[in-house]
Each structure stands twice: as C-alpha cells, then as structure tokens.
Design a protein around this ligand. Structure first.
Ligand code: GDP
Length: 445
C-alpha cells in the first residue's frame, strides 16, 4: 500500500537507530529526508512541511527513556504524528444510520470505484450490522452502470431499486426514499452519476438529489492512486455538495499513498473506509493506527517505546509515592498531579476518591473548578523558576506578580494555587505521620 514511502522512511530510521545519542543535526538531516519521502509520495507541500516541523519540535524536546535509543524514540514520534495527520483530533465516527431508513449518498468521479464501493458497503452493513439495505443507481446517462449495480446486488444478496427507464436522478431518489420507507429498509444508498471531471451539470444534479434525500452520510469515493488530485476532488465536492466522509479506493495498489496523508489535513474531512481490491469484501474501516503502522512498518519499535514509556510512568509514580510518604509536596508534585488529573479527566472525581480530600473536592466544586482551571494552574507553575517550584514558600510579592503576569493571570489566581499546594502539603504531612504510608498507600490507590 505504501511500499515506496515505507522504504524511504525505513532507510532514514535505519541510519538513526544505530546511533547511541542523537544530535540536533541528526534530527534535522533525518527530517530533511522524511520531507523528501513525503513529497515523493505526493503528500501536499504544506502538510509535509507542518509534519516535519511537528516531529522536529517533539524530537528535540523529547524525554528519552533509558531503555530505548533516541532513534527509536524518533520512530515513535513520527508514528504518533502520522496518526494525527491521518485522523485529526478524536476518534473516527461510525456511519450514522440510525433512524431508518437512513439515506447514504455516494458521490465521486466516474471510474473512482463508486459503484463497487456502494455494493461493498451495502454488503458490510448487511453482514456485520444485520441491516436491510436498498441500493439505487442514479446514473441515467449510463444504463450499464445501473445494470452493474443490479448485478452486484444479486451477487451480494442486497436489493436494488427496479430500473424504470426515462426517470431522472431526482425522480429515482424520491422513489428510492419511498420504497425504503414502505419496504422497511434500514438504509438506502444512492449511487449518483459520475463524470470524468467535475462540472456544473454534475454538481447541480448531485445537489438536487441531496436536497430530496437529505442524506445522513454523503460519502465521497476517490481513487487513492491519484494522490493530490484526489485531495483536490475532495475539496471541490465538499465545497459544492458537502461531504461527511471520504472513501479511498485502490489502496491495494502500490500507490504513493500521499492522498491518505493529505486528505484530512487539507480537506478537514475524515477518511472513513479504504478500498483494497475488486472483490466485495475488499474494504476496511479506515484505521489511522493500522495505516501508520503500514507506512512505517516498524511496529516492534513503536511497541518497545510504548512499553518503555509505561515503565517510566510507573517509576515516576513510585518516586512520587516515596516523597509523599515523607510528607513532601511541592509545586513539581502538584504539577505532576494536575497533569495526571487532566489525563484522567476530572478533578472532583479523583479528589473525591482520596480519603481526607472529599472536603477539598467540594470546595473545588463550589469554586467552579473545571479542567480549564487545571490548565491555568499548570501554566502558572510553568512560569515559576526551578527553585520556586521546589520551595514555593519563598515567593515574595514582586515575584508573584511576575509569575502571574508571565502566565497571563491575576495574582489572586496564583494565591489560590499556593493555598491549594499548602493544603495538600499539610495533608501529606499528616498522612505521612500516620505510620509508614499505610493510610497514604490506600489513598493513592
Ligand atoms: P465508478 O465508475 O466510480 O462507479 O467505478 P466502478 O465501481 O465501476 O469501479 C471501476 C473499476 O475499479 C472496477 O473495475 C472496480 O472493480 C475497480 N475498483 C473499485 N474499487 C477498487 C479497489 O479498491 N481496488 C482495486 N484494485 N480496484 C477497484
């Protein structure tokens, strides 16, 4: 799927992983090669650029764990960044097909694999989700295309709307809608006509069909082999008819793969499925993790670094535990805790679970404590010096002003933070005194 890109990247990382320590020059040189590899794979220039920039930034500032080489760490960073570029923020949605009959509009250029993909998806919905699906071809210009869908329907055991000669696309869409309601179908799929190029007549027709069907999903089918062209097609279709997701076909070929990497970043639209062949089962839900794995082909290294990261986190947690047992709790500890809380999502719930902190949780709630507060508090701590974090009691009024200003906040907010740290430190001291961590150990569990 991404042979060329994988080979190119593999070469870059092979050279890196052999080295013990990684200099900034090494990273820069490697990233130059990564950039060339991306461009050769037909990734758009802005996407390649921002990709390289993000990786360089992270690779330079990364805390490298002892058990992996810096080169391996870079592989992991590239891997994570690939996932980000491929899927954007958040996890991909499932198809919205509740509220039967749910209309799915299939759009795309002629030859992109639209009809094949319509049938593949219908089969998937039928087999995996036990949905009753009705397919309709709206390609009145090409009777052969209508026939093709009917043949595929028979082959996969999915109903197609009977062909009535002389109807236009909008009439067929209306009939499909009616038939889907009357026939008790869960989903009906409209396979619109494609042209060789985007033109006004085509767009007008698709818009008219869209307005009749009011689709839950408008899936654009594009040929993955066409690289940046596929991305341009997606941009245009989205501007004219609105697209809810993209299906990239022909990803079984040894294409350059650039379309997959640029699609989300350029169009903002998620890739939902990839087509992997001509057979009716040759379709996969788009999975950024899997694709990133295929591009890099370095699953072992990624797993190794992930493991090392976990070990590091456990070590950190143990170190903190020891400090708490001694009744130590400075701003670094607080920062650590705040970041953990951010990760675990939610302050009150966590504090509420800790003996002795229930009251504070209530106070926090009363004070309108939410996750934006967590972020602000971390920003305040970040604007302190190392010494100040280790020993916040030393802060004078003038420094407080500077710290608050540095984080763009009021001194009052800093004071609240200091008070909170002090309360927590006091609690730690008390807990620490209650026998060798017995109580605390429970509290931290
Ligand atoms: P449409 O004009 O957009 O409806 O395109 P078709 O669905 O008729 O597909 C055109 C050709 O591409 C057919 O021969 C399909 O079998 C083939 N095709 C569709 N999807 C894929 C895919 O994911 N991989 C491969 N290798 N061929 C595909």
């Amino acid at each position: 799927m991404f042979e060329n890109l994988s080979d190119r990247l593999g070469g870059v990382f092979d050279r890196l992983t052999k080295q013990g320590a990684l200099s900034e020059d090494d990273v820069t040189a490697a990233m130059r090669e990564v950039r060339v590899a991306l461009l050769e794979a037909d990734v758009s220039l802005p996407v390649a650029r921002s990709f390289v920039k993000a990786v360089t930034g992270k690779a330079t500032g990364a805390a490298v764990t002892k058990s992996v080489t810096p080169g391996q760490q870079v592989v992991k960073i590239v891997h994570d960044e690939l996932i980000k570029v491929l899927q954007g923020e958040g996890e991909p949605d499932a198809l919205r097909i509740d509220n039967p009959p749910a209309p799915i509009l299939m759009v795309g250029l002629q030859g992109s694999g639209k009809t094949t993909t319509t049938a593949k998806l219908a089969k998937r919905l039928k087999d995996r989700e036990k949905k009753r699906v009705l397919m309709a071809s709206l390609d009145t210009n090409r009777p052969a295309a209508m026939e093709q869908l009917a043949i595929l329907g028979t082959q996969i055991g999915v109903d197609t709307l009977p062909i009535v000669p002389g109807e236009n696309a909008v009439q067929i869409a209306r009939r499909a809608k009616q038939q889907a309601s009357l026939g008790g179908y869960d989903v009906y799929m409209l396979d619109t006509a494609g042209r060789l190029h985007i033109d006004q007549v085509l767009m007008d027709e698709v818009q008219a069909v869209r307005d009749v069907a009011n689709p839950r999903e408008t899936l654009l089918v594009v040929d993955g082999l066409t690289g940046q062209d596929a991305v341009n097609v997606a941009t245009e279709f989205d501007a004219k008819v609105g697209v809810s997701g993209v299906v990239l076909t022909r990803m079984d070929g040894d294409g350059r793969g650039g379309a997959a990497l640029s699609m989300r970043a350029v169009t903002g639209k998620p890739i939902r499925f990839v087509g992997l062949g001509e057979k009716m089962d040759a379709i996969e839900v788009f999975d950024a993790h899997r694709i990133a794995g295929r591009i890099l082909g370095m699953g072992d290294i990624v797993a190794l670094v992930e493991k090392a990261q976990e070990v590091l986190e456990v070590e950190q947690a143990e170190r903190m535990m020891k400090r708490f047992q001694k009744g130590l709790f400075n701003m670094n500890d607080l920062k650590n805790q705040l970041e953990q809380m951010q990760k675990m999502g939610g302050m009150q719930s966590i504090m509420g679970m800790m003996p002795g902190m229930g009251k504070m949780a209530k106070q926090a709630e009363a004070a309108g404590f939410d996750d934006s507060v967590l972020r602000r508090q971390v920003a305040l701590i970040n604007s302190m010096t190392k010494k100040e974090r280790a020993n916040p009691d030393m802060l004078q009024a003038s420094r407080k002003k500077r710290i608050a200003a540095g984080a763009g906040m009021d001194v009052a907010e800093l004071n609240r933070l200091l008070k909170m740290q002090k309360q927590m430190a006091d609690t730690m001291k008390k807990l620490g005194k209650m026998g060798k961590g017995g109580m605390l150990k429970q509290a931290m569990r």
